[in-house]
Each structure stands twice: as C-alpha cells, then as structure tokens.
Write a protein that binds this ligand. Sequence first.
Ligand SMILES: [Zn+2]
Length: 253
Amino acid sequence: MRKCIWCSRSNPQVSFDKRAHTFPKSLGGKNFCENVCDDCNHYFGSPKPLSPSVELVLKEILNISKYLLLTDTSKLPKGKRYKSEFFKIDWKRRKITAKPKYKLRRGFQEKLGRLFRRGIYKVYLEERERIKKDSHQERFNFIREFARYDLSDYPVYIFKPKFGAVLSSDELLLNPEISFAERKEEEEKNFGAHVEFLMGHVFCIPVIRNFENSSLERYQYYLRSTNHPFGVELIPIRKANDIDFTFSFLNNR
Ligand SMILES: [Zn+2]
C-alpha cells in the first residue's frame, strides 16, 4: 500500500494516479517517487497568491547553472537556451539581473531563497524515499513541515567553491539525482548534514532539525581541519543571490 511521505495519507483518502517527479521534469529529472499523493504532488508545482511554486523556483535557479555549464561544453544548440521567468540573462557576459517587474518587489530575493530551500528539501526527501524507502521516519518531520506546509524555517547551505573549477559531468547535469554513497552516509550520521552536488554547486542539506545549533560549528571545524575536498566554508542561503548561479568565480581565472 502506498502512503504519502508528505501528508501520511493513503488510498482511498488520496489518489496516486500521477507520477511524481522527484527533480522537476523541466530540470531534467527522470526519477519518480511512488509515495507522493496527487494532492502533494500538485502542491509543489502550483503557484500561490503572490508567490511562485516551489518547483518553479528550484528549476529557475538550478537551470541557469545547468545551461551555463552545458553551454560551456557546447552541448546545446543556440536556440535552446534557457528562458527565465525571473531573470534577464546575458549568456555571453554571464551576467544575471532580476527582470524589471521583479527588481523592485520588496523581499523578492528573500522569498526566492526560502522557496529554493524548501525545494531542495522536497527533492531530498523524495529521492531518499525512492532510493532508501525510509522517508516516513519521524526525524524527517521538520522537512515535511517546512517543505510541504511552509512552516518555520530551516537552513540550506552552499559550499564556497574551493577550486576555480566546477565539478560536474554532463550526465549529472542532464539527469540530476541525490546520491547516498557510503562516505556521505558517514557525514549524515556524524554531523546530520547531507552533501550534494547539483548543477555544479555543492549543497549542504541538514537532515536533523536542530543542525544549526547542535552540529554546524562542529561540522565547520571538521571541514576546515580536514581541508575538505568539497570546500571549507559554508554559506547559508538566505536570498536567491547568495547562490553564485552564474559561477562568477570562473570569470576571474
Ligand atoms: Zn500527500
């Protein structure tokens, strides 16, 4: 019997007719999570009054990075470049600015930042259920509250790039996935942090409710003292532009 990882309901209270992409299809997602009901699936893709949907923001921000990296390797024909809803993108100069209609909206970047964090958690929990089938555990309730019900607030971090290079393969760019490799599982266990490579960025996704107070300092110390290959500095994503989604550090080479 299928039971939704977001609302904990099963058939016949809810239906499971539609296939729920873990990563949005528009981002290249090819995987599905069985245990997401149609209501919850619909929720993540639907805009609210004065607010875009969780999925739209996730794909907007990650697609820009993806297309920039793919464009670098000339994998895309010119006419197929990504058209963004929120941003004006100068692909040649790798400059990105909010479109005039959004530019002056108060709190716009903060709003996108929050929706983006919720989107990262949404993808994490659905991919986790697809691969490990244990997302119903109570310890993930904070992810349900934040991602699905827009309650409270939880952080997601991005690693400050350590090298002047972006670690990614075209295969990963075209088919994004969350991976649960052994080494990452170690860090999840020791620090309550899941590290993920997505579209040329390295994200740190807390998987325990009180990560910020209980583990963050210890984790940062560990990163610095081991000169960790992912990076040694975590940047909390508060606003959308805390993410260097055009990889501006590449321009300085
Ligand atoms: Zn549901």
